[in-house]
Design a protein around this ligand. Structure first.
Ligand SMILES: Cc1cc2nc3c(=O)[nH]c(=O)nc-3n(C[C@H](O)[C@H](O)[C@H](O)COP(=O)(O)OP(=O)(O)OC[C@H]3O[C@@H](n4cnc5c(N)ncnc54)[C@H](O)[C@@H]3O)c2cc1C
Length: 352
């Protein structure tokens, strides 16, 4: 039961954004920048955001050579280029909004490890550089084998990506939350949306616990969890596993690294190694929204940490976690009007 005052002043918004990940917060901030007097609320079911945005690896990526070659097998070249361009433009928007210092954005080098069976990919490097030439100011990829001995990493070849960087995910999300609050956006946590009812002039948003909020427009930014409130969309969850080592004395590399078509990724992070991936070992098990660890994949990550990344060194694991991203039949995100008053910004995966 609501009071007269609550009904009059506290439950109605110009726009409600559902989900407080990178996409939800960025959407709310953009809307507020365009029309500062708009009353905007972001509804988040967790006390913290609980999808991918606070659980990722902090790679600011456009795609690795073997991933792009793999994409070319499944998508028209034009679509592959568009996807790379979207990632690049999105990163630029994020950097302009947050500023590099506030999220520790760095370009310490971005590399892909190439194993012996993958070596034929090197023969197509010029072709891919040419393909991306229209959207990048220089060649995307170059061979960097000379850097391998110093890094101590076990790989046959090393390819450098000349347009990628890394950032501190926690600081980035902290800053997005701060920017949203500074601009007068209400962020309501512990607020799970169960569904929506759209009428000609208004959308009612049903919240777990019984409350219904209303808005002229709703932006759904719930990524992997979207089909819980809008069934039938082509969106499947994909869980990703991550671990971080204790500080490694004299760690011989910096920067970010991919291997196996982007299915594995690691980076130097404050003197530690952050290592994640391996979803391809158990696609079925990782098609879930349960934020749990997968023992088989975590064991595989440890094995690869010891055999490929830090061969011959003993290192302890300090922390492990998982996060949930979204995939579909194609790799493109879904950014479109769903109806007259409901808009979607969902199906955000990573590179693999
Ligand atoms: C392990 C891992 C590593 C990754 N590494 C990288 C990387 O290094 N670089 C990169 O670019 N990308 C990476 N990604 C992908 C990237 O993190 C995602 O593409 C991005 O965070 C998606 O943001 P989002 O806002 O769309 O979704 P999310 O961050 O998942 O946000 C959706 C939010 O909606 C909320 N929500 C869901 N349902 C409801 C509901 N019914 N009511 C209210 N709230 C709801 C959720 O709690 C969640 O907070 C990684 C992903 C994972 C999982």
């Amino acid at each position: 039961m609501l009071s007269y005052w609550e009904k009059q002043s506290l439950i109605g918004y110009d726009c409600i954004v559902i989900g407080s990940g990178i996409v939800g917060l960025s959407t709310a901030i953009s809307l507020k920048e365009k029309a500062p007097r708009r009353r905007i609320a972001v509804l988040e079911r967790g006390l913290l955001p609980v999808g991918a945005s606070t659980r990722n690896a902090g790679f600011a990526c456009i795609g690795s050579l073997t991933e792009i070659l793999d994409d070319l097998e499944h998508m028209p070249a034009e679509t592959v280029v568009q996807l790379v361009n979207l990632r690049r433009k999105g990163l630029q928007l994020l950097r302009n909004r947050i500023g590099d210092e506030r999220m520790d954005y760095r370009e310490n080098g971005s590399y892909e490890l190439i194993s012996a069976p993958e070596a034929p990919a090197l023969g197509r490097l010029d072709e891919v550089n040419e393909l991306l030439g229209g959207i990048l100011p220089g060649p995307a990829f170059s061979i960097a084998d000379d850097k391998l001995p110093k890094m101590g990493i076990a790989a046959q070849h090393l390819i450098q990506n000349n347009f990628e960087g890394e950032l501190n995910t926690g600081k980035m999300m902290r800053t997005l939350i701060d920017l949203a609050i500074e601009r007068g956006i209400e962020i309501k946590t512990g607020c799970e949306v169960l569904g929506m009812d759209e009428r000609a002039d208004i959308v009612s948003v049903r919240i777990k616990g019984g409350l219904t909020l209303t808005a002229s427009y709703v932006c759904v930014c719930t990524n992997a969890f979207t089909t819980d409130i809008i069934p039938g969309l082509d969106i499947s969850p994909g869980r990703g596993q991550v671990l971080v080592t204790e500080p490694v004395k004299g760690l011989p590399f910096k920067g970010i690294y991919h291997f196996d078509k982007g299915y594995y990724y690691f980076r130097e992070l404050q003197g530690r190694v952050l290592f994640g991936g391996g979803r391809n070992l158990d696609f079925e098990g990782e098609t879930t929204t349960m934020p749990e660890l997968n023992e088989r994949i975590q064991a595989d990550l440890e094995e690869k940490l010891r055999s490929i990344i830090l061969p011959g060194r003993e290192v302890a694991i300090e922390h492990r976690w998982s996060g949930i991203m979204a995939f579909g039949q194609t790799k493109q995100p879904v950014i479109k009007a769903h109806s007259e008053r409901v808009f979607l910004g969902v199906r955000m995966g990573a590179w693999a």
